[in-house]
Ligand binder design. Structure first.
Ligand code: FAD
Length: 493
């Protein structure tokens, strides 16, 4: 069904006259490279911000494979078809699709070279290419090694490979995950993966265990994960931090061995989450610095290295804002408004971004964190007191709810990202219309355990201190109810 939807769109795109693909002479032209969480959301939001802008989305794959929830696919809790999305809906929103890879960018001529040999002009370019693995960073780990020791950090074939390896291994055999140092895509992702693999082992291979070799001494939601592990998977997960010899210095794919400074771990299944960098087109465009990531202006998302090129999503350096699908989506919407403003000769407003991050520890056990970020010192900094861990002090009943929130958030981000300033809270619980409201007289009604509800609780506490205080850029007013999460996730007037 999804495939048919996209192919229809692709065929229609292929039939577009050249001036559409290459930009109409009269309209302002914005080209977006990368149709993931950041790029697809940005293309749609641009069209919504100003329908006169000619927006073209360049995406190399016909079907998008989403990473969020892919750890559940690896653990056999979910089927891969639920991770697949097509681009048909974007076409209906007036975005032209170029189903090709961008191969080079000429910032002076303002053009993008495509894999069919054509070129696409732009007034402004948005790059959202996600990540690539740094194949030169870990001795022994190259593209061939990834077939033996999958990273599964870009969803699709790698996800299925890791799943098949887990299914094929003997009971009693060892699973080893290596977690990289930051920055990398989805900071809590390796620990969610360890949890769900442990869930699989507990049910199917109870004599096996998971070892996490970590290049760090701490990780996000650490206390939540560790206490959940001792509750659900005692003795099944061993976490080895950097200071206890967790840093992997090389790998030997032929024997699936991971080598640290102190030990050698021979695994039946080795999941090597290797160091990463911005998708390689960023380097070709000259917007990546020596770190491999792309420095940007946090107000406009414009590259600090090349004018008229904006970078969003995992590829960008965003300071305290984590690399997540949720964050990519809010960056995309802010960037779209900034680009539309710049094209219209207006000054872009300073954005506030929200990130809510859910992790599954078991199918009915979710944990979450949320925070709000604003430009400060040339990067995104977390707004004081905005960080909240949804489940830290929540009753046990909140955990199944957080697990269902994770699924709901995923569907909203992946299928049809909201672009309206007044749209419902993107992380509200499904079912009861629990939109998070933060008007002075209205009490927040997000359900307990929702990441939003933790932010709202802080909001309530601060409301007691000063009724007119600006919270995360949203001025609380008596009277009309305010969709707190959505308003702050886009831009606050
Ligand atoms: C296991 C795992 C679990 C995760 N769980 C969560 C979660 O629960 N919640 C959450 O918020 N985040 C989660 N994430 C993180 C999330 O997947 C990423 O942060 C998000 O995908 C980033 O979006 P993006 O648009 O920057 O990159 P992507 O989503 O990777 O999109 C990049 C797109 O660009 C395209 N592209 C690249 N180069 C070119 C080119 N040259 N020409 C044309 N197209 C190109 C690619 O084909 C791709 O479609 C998870 C990640 C992993 C690995």
């Amino acid at each position: 069904m999804e495939r048919r939807g996209f192919l229809g769109a692709a065929a229609a795109t292929a039939a577009l006259p050249a001036q559409v693909l290459h930009g109409q002479a009269s309209a302002r032209r914005v080209t977006v490279v990368g149709g993931g969480f950041a790029g697809a959301s940005c293309a749609r939001a641009l069209k919504k911000a100003d329908p006169r802008i000619a927006v073209t989305l360049v995406e190399q794959n016909a079907v998008f494979h989403a990473c969020p929830m892919s750890n559940a696919v690896i653990a056999g809790l979910r089927e891969m078809y639920r991770q697949r999305f097509t681009y048909a809906a974007l076409r209906a929103d007036g975005v032209a699709l170029a189903p090709l890879a961008a191969t080079a960018i000429d910032p002076r001529a303002r053009s993008v070279a495509l894999s069919d040999g054509t070129r696409l002009g732009y007034d402004r370019l948005v790059l959202a290419p996600g990540i690539d693995i740094r194949w030169d960073a870990l001795p022994g780990y190259d593209e061939a090694a990834a077939q033996q020791m999958p990273h599964a950090w870009q969803a699709g074939e790698q996800t299925l490979l890791l799943r098949r390896q887990l299914q094929a291994m003997q009971d009693g055999a060892l699973v080893v995950i290596s977690a990289p140092a930051g920055p990398y895509r989805c900071p809590p992702g390796p620990y969610e993966r360890a949890s769900l693999i442990a869930h699989y082992l507990k049910a199917h291979k109870p004599r096996s265990k998971v070892i996490v070799l970590d290049a760090k001494d701490k990780f996000p939601k650490q206390q939540l994960f560790l206490s959940a592990w001792s509750e659900l998977y005692p003795g099944l997960i061993e976490w080895v931090p950097l200071s206890r010899g967790g840093g992997v210095v090389s790998v030997e794919p032929a024997t699936r061995t991971l080598v640290t400074d102190f030990d050698r771990y021979r695994a039946a299944v080795a999941n090597v989450i290797a160091p990463q960098k911005a998708g390689r087109i960023a380097e070709a465009a000259g917007v990546a610095d020596r770190s491999g990531w792309c420095p940007i202006d946090p107000v406009t998302f414009e590259s600090r290295l090349q004018p008229n090129i904006h970078v969003i999503g995992d590829a960008a350096i965003t300071g305290a804002m984590p690399k997540s699908a949720f964050g990519a989506n809010t960056e995309a919407k802010s960037c779209a408004l900034a680009v539309a403003a710049l094209l219209a000769g207006r000054e872009p407003a300073s954005p506030r971004l929200i990130n809510a991050c859910y992790s599954l520890v078991a199918p009915d056990y979710g944990i979450s964190m949320a925070g709000i970020y604003r430009p400060e010192g040339g990067e995104f900094a977390e707004v004081a007191e905005s960080a909240a861990a949804g489940a830290a002090d929540s009753p046990g009943a909140a955990r199944p709810l957080e697990a269902s929130n994770a699924e709901a958030a995923f569907r909203r981000r992946a299928s049809r990202p909201a672009t309206s300033r007044r749209s419902p809270c993107p992380i509200r619980s499904p079912g009861k219309g629990a939109t998070l409201l933060a008007g002075v007289r209205s009490s927040p009604i997000a359900r307990p355990g929702c990441a939003c509800s933790a932010i709202a609780a802080r909001f309530r506490r601060s409301r007691r201190k000063a009724t007119s205080r600006r919270i995360c850029g949203v001025r609380a007013r008596a009277g009309p109810r305010h969709s707190f999460a959505c308003a702050s996730s886009i831009r606050c007037a």
